[in-house]
Design a binder for this molecule. Sequence first.
Ligand SMILES: Cc1cc2nc3c(=O)[nH]c(=O)nc-3n(C[C@H](O)[C@H](O)[C@H](O)COP(=O)(O)OP(=O)(O)OC[C@H]3O[C@@H](n4cnc5c(N)ncnc54)[C@H](O)[C@@H]3O)c2cc1C
Length: 487
Amino acid sequence: MNRDGPNPSTNGEWYPFQNRGAPANKDGTLVNPSVIPVVNVADLPEKARFVVVGAGVHGMSTAWHLAMLLEQSGKGKGSDVVLIDKQGPGAGATGVACGCIRNFYMTGPLHAILRESVAVWESDPVNFGFQQVGYVSVGEANQEADYVKLHQSQNDNGYASDLYTGREAKAYLTSLWPDFKTANCDVVLHEKPSGYAGTHMAVWGLDEKCRQWGVRRVYGTEVSGYDMTNGRVTGVITDRGTVLVDEAVVVSAGSWMPIHWAWLGKSAKLDVTYGDGHQEVGMDMWTFWKLLEGEAYLPDGVDFRTAAGKDSPVLHVELMNTPVVGPDGREILDHVYWYSRYAAERVGAPGLQGGTIPIKLGPQAVLEPYGHLNDLYQADDWFADYYCAVAGMLFGRFENLRGYYKERRNGGIGAFTPDNVPVFDWVADNAFMTADSNHGYKMIGVGKLVARMLVDGEMPAELRPFGLARYSTGGTFGDRNSNCPWV
Ligand SMILES: Cc1cc2nc3c(=O)[nH]c(=O)nc-3n(C[C@H](O)[C@H](O)[C@H](O)COP(=O)(O)OP(=O)(O)OC[C@H]3O[C@@H](n4cnc5c(N)ncnc54)[C@H](O)[C@@H]3O)c2cc1C
C-alpha cells in the first residue's frame, strides 16, 4: 500500500465500483456475483427452442438480438430464448473489463467485427455507457509498416481512422495534448468511431434489453454438462435439472469455455498449421493469461482532457525499444506498453484506468473465485510503479501520479485460443461457441451476427474467418509485430 500521496482509497477493496462490502462465500470459496441487481428472473423451463449459456457481453447480446429478431420477423417469440448464468450478468470478464473499444488489430477480419460492434454500441450509447471519444495508438518507427496496413484495412472496412507519421505524428500528439512528451513516438493512428464503455452500464443495458424482449433469464443456475445424441446437443444439464433443446445452444462461457469445450467432447490439444506451411503439433487449445490493470485518481487540478477541453481518446502506446525507468533511476521494464482511458465511473472520482501486456499462465488456471477476488491473479507488485512511471514519461501532468494510484484488488484472467484470435464457430451440429480469446468486450456485435445466423440459417460473412477449420487448413492468424497477444 502506498503511501506518499493523498490516496483516498479506504474500502473498495473487493470490487471495482465504490465501497461495496465483502463478497459472499460458497463452500469456503468466495463468489464473484452479478455486477447488477437482478429482477424478474425466470425458472429453468423443461424445454426451450434456444439456450444461451453465459450472461457476459456475448451471451446477453446474442440472447437480446435473437429475441428481438424472432419477434420482429414473426419467426418466433422472445421467450423462445433461455439465457442461463451460474451467477448473473457480468459475473465474468465482462463485469471487470477495462471497457476499451477499439479496432487496433493487425488481424484484418476483426475490422469488420468491430464495425458491426460499434454500430451496436452506437445504437444505445446512453444505456450502454458508450463514450465515443476515439482511440489513439502510438508506436515507434519499427511499427510504421503495420500501422499503414492497419489504417488501410480499417478504412476499407468502413471504419474511419487517420494516420500520422514522423514529425506529423509528434505534432498531432501535441495538438491533442500540449504536455505530451513525444520522444520515440513516430507513428500515430486515430480511430474515430472507437472509445470506451463503463462495464456496469453496459451490463445493465444488455440485461434490460434481454428482459424487454422477453428472454427467459435464468440466473443462479449452473450448467454441469450437455446431453448429446448423434452430434447434437439435446439437453443442457444444470444443478436445477435438464432443459431440453429444440433448436440450438450458444455457449458464451468466457474463461470457463475450456470446461464447456471438454463437456462437448472436444480435445484439449490440436495440431495447428500456419500460412507458411509450418505446423505446431499438440498445441493447447486454451491458454490462460492474467491481465495487468489498475486505476489512479487524478490529482486536484489535473484532468485527462484534450487541448480542446474534450474527454481524451483512449490512449495506447507501445514503444518496444524504450525502457521504463522508475523515479529511483532503476529500469522497471525494457519497453513501454500502456493503455489508459478516463474512468470516473470506475474509479469513483476523476481518474484513469488502464494496463499493460497480460502474463501467460498456461493451459490450467484456478477459475473460482473469478476476477478481483482471486488472490492468485492480482496485478503484479511492479505494475503500479510501471503504470505511473509511463504516465509520467508521456505526460507532464502525470509526473507525480504514483501517490494517487488506487490501492485495491485488480485482477482477471482469460482463456486465449491457439492464435489469440477469437473462434466463433459451431462446436456440435447445433451448438455454437463465441470464444473471443479474452479481448472481446468491445465485440458486442458478435451476438447480433450470431442471432442473424440462427434466424436466417446462414453464417454472416463477418463471422466466417473465425472458424476452427483455420487451424487445420493453414489459415491460422499470427501476422504481427508486437510484444502482446492482442493481435
Ligand atoms: C481485467 C480485464 C480487462 C479487460 N479489458 C477489456 C477491454 O478493455 N476491452 C475489451 O474489448 N475486452 C477486455 N477484456 C476482455 C473481455 O472482458 C472479455 O473478452 C469479454 O468480457 C468476455 O465476454 P464473454 O461473454 O465471453 O464472457 P464472460 O463475461 O466471462 O461471461 C461468461 C459468463 O458465463 C458464465 N458461466 C460460465 N460457466 C458457466 C456454467 N457452467 N453455468 C452457467 N454459467 C456459466 C459466467 O458466470 C459468466 O457470467 C478484459 C478482460 C479482463 C479480465
